[in-house]
Design a protein around this ligand. Structure first.
Ligand code: BYC
Length: 475
């Protein structure tokens, strides 16, 4: 098991001190990253000590050490899961050959594109969440936001390391560009749609960490299968951190729903107006936020039928999440049946399995998203409101990428007229009135142990600390 070296300017377990030109290149990028963090990272609280978790070794037992640290002093570093001896390629046309420790010339540009796309999402999410500190519902939540932010910063480091170490000058240029594109920037936006959406309230933050970070989980799982071993090992370690982000989302949404249900019970009402007047969020509004973030995140898997995905699988660059679960790892003459849309009508089509890889990954993701939905519905039913239930909208609803892009399909997956679709959209997605209401609830709570009106207190603190613990020193 490799220990992380914390003595160096850039903590790492990749023996950076023995590769001086790489070390110099990364030390050249480091101040630019720190500038970006100051300018585009969390607004405020940069001088305060925050109770953060930092990785200290990459094995399951010891990867997290907790302590108070100022965010700009966080030890962002380069950590790869330990190598496996004699590892072989386990899917695609090159199956059985040794994994690559260097980038094969033929796959250079496609691998670079995958790494840049992955890398671009990490700083994007920090930018999207930049202002949330101003309206945090508790000190506990504020600390969780910052934990997520510093770890996304580290994930950026992970991709930048690969670009610098394996892609020469164009890798270095791409690494610079990762700090130049900005979320929502009209001229130089982030690459993928969802990462240009504003996250200006905490309901959106919890939805993003539940739905969009879960796309991260599935994409990282796919890249963790890669035959390019440094990429696979980097992603394996990133997945440990990603799990925490999704948990922040799931617990956040659970606490919101609990608060709503308690209020409904106390006031003996399910009237939206009464619930809103009591300062909590009605279930239909929560459903609209689910609809928005789920549909947007579905686009992040790419087109249902994709030659890019087929090439990536065939060449062993990107596998399916948990590739070991499948019987056939070559999928040469196999087919996948999926819904299609031809001549203005739904139909079914059989697609070569390799071309359907995005859809296969998306289907696994949808199943995983449903786990939380079922849990929330059990909670609703526990409070005796069986007439309400939350659900995921159809995967064909409000898509911007792929087969279903820009089609007037309702949340149940039915094709309707463009006019009916336009008329109903504000009942399916957060309307400007919903956003106004949610914004009216957002105010900053910094008193340890206190929580805003619209969300329940967490049941547990972080790392066995109490809920009342001072997670951030504000003096
Ligand atoms: N928005 O064949 P297609 C995370 C582009 S999240 C805009 O359909 P392909 C995180 C695509 O780039 C995980 N453009 O799809 C979460 C391509 O453009 P070019 C991030 C899009 O290539 C929270 C064209 O459409 N990781 O880690 O098979 C917080 C045709 O592409 C979109 C990755 O995404 C979109 N939604 O698959 C922090 C993994 N979708 O190249 C972090 C790396 C597609 O023709 N990326 N396009 O100009 C990939 O594996 C693939 O690039 C994609 C697309 C899955 C994204």
């Amino acid at each position: 098991m490799s220990k992380l070296n914390y003595q160096e300017k850039i903590p790492n377990n990749v023996d950076l001190s023995n590769d001086l030109s790489l070390q110099r290149a990364l030390e050249h990028w480091q101040p630019k990253f720190k500038n970006w963090w100051q300018e585009m990272g969390p607004d405020g609280f940069q001088k305060h000590e925050v109770y953060l978790r930092t990785a200290i070794s990459v094995d399951a037992a010891g990867w997290a050490s907790y302590g108070k640290v100022k965010m700009p002093d966080y030890r962002w570093g380069i950590f790869l899961a330990d190598p496996v001896k004699d590892k072989k390629i386990h899917f695609g046309d090159n199956i059985g050959k040794p994994v690559w420790q260097e980038v094969p010339g033929d796959y250079r540009s496609i691998l670079r594109r995958l790494i840049v796309t992955q890398g671009d999402t990490e700083p994007a999410s920090v930018e999207q969440q930049r202002l949330l500190g101003k309206t945090c519902p508790s000190l506990f939540d504020l600390r969780n936001l910052f934990q997520v932010n510093v770890e996304e910063g580290r994930h950026l480091w992970a991709m930048v390391y690969l670009l610098h170490a394996y892609f020469g000058r164009d890798g270095r240029e791409e690494a610079e560009a990762l700090l130049e594109r900005n979320s929502g920037d009209e001229d130089n936006p982030r690459i993928l749609g969802t990462f240009n959406e504003p996250i200006s309230d905490w309901v959106s933050f919890f939805m993003f960490t539940y739905f969009t970070d879960r796309d991260g989980k599935y994409q990282l799982k796919s890249l963790a299968e890669s035959s390019f071993d440094p990429l696979a090992r980097t992603c394996q370690f990133m997945l440990t951190e990603e799990a925490h982000h999704m948990q922040v989302g799931e617990l956040g949404i659970t606490r919101i729903i609990e608060r709503t249900l308690e209020t409904m019970k106390n006031l003996k009402t399910d009237s939206t107006d009464t619930i809103r007047n009591a300062g909590v969020i009605d279930l239909p509004t929560i459903q609209r936020y689910i609809n928005f973030w789920f549909s947007s995140s579905l686009d992040l898997f790419g087109s249902e039928v994709s030659t890019n995905a087929a090439t990536a699988f065939a060449n062993g660059l990107k596998g399916r999440p948990d590739e070991f679960r499948y019987k056939d790892h070559i999928e040469k003459n196999t087919f996948y049946k999926m819904d299609s849309f031809v001549n203005n009508k739904f139909s079914q089509q059989e697609v070569p399995m390799r071309n359907a890889m995005n859809e296969i990954t998306r289907a696994a993701y949808v199943e995983d998203c449903n786990v939380g939905i079922r849990r929330w519905n059990r909670l609703i039913s526990k409070y005796g409101y069986d007439e309400f239930s939350l659900s995921l909208p159809s995967t064909k609803f409000k898509r911007n990428i792929g087969l279903w892009a820009n089609l007037p399909i309702d949340i149940s997956g039915k094709l309707i007229t463009k006019e009916a679709f336009a008329r109903s959209l504000s009942s399916w997605l957060p309307s400007s009135e919903d956003k106004c209401f949610i914004n009216s609830l957002m105010y900053q709570v910094l008193e340890p142990g206190e929580t805003a009106s619209w969300i329940n207190k967490p049941k547990r603190g972080i790392n066995n600390q109490g809920v009342e613990y001072k997670y951030i020193d504000l003096n």
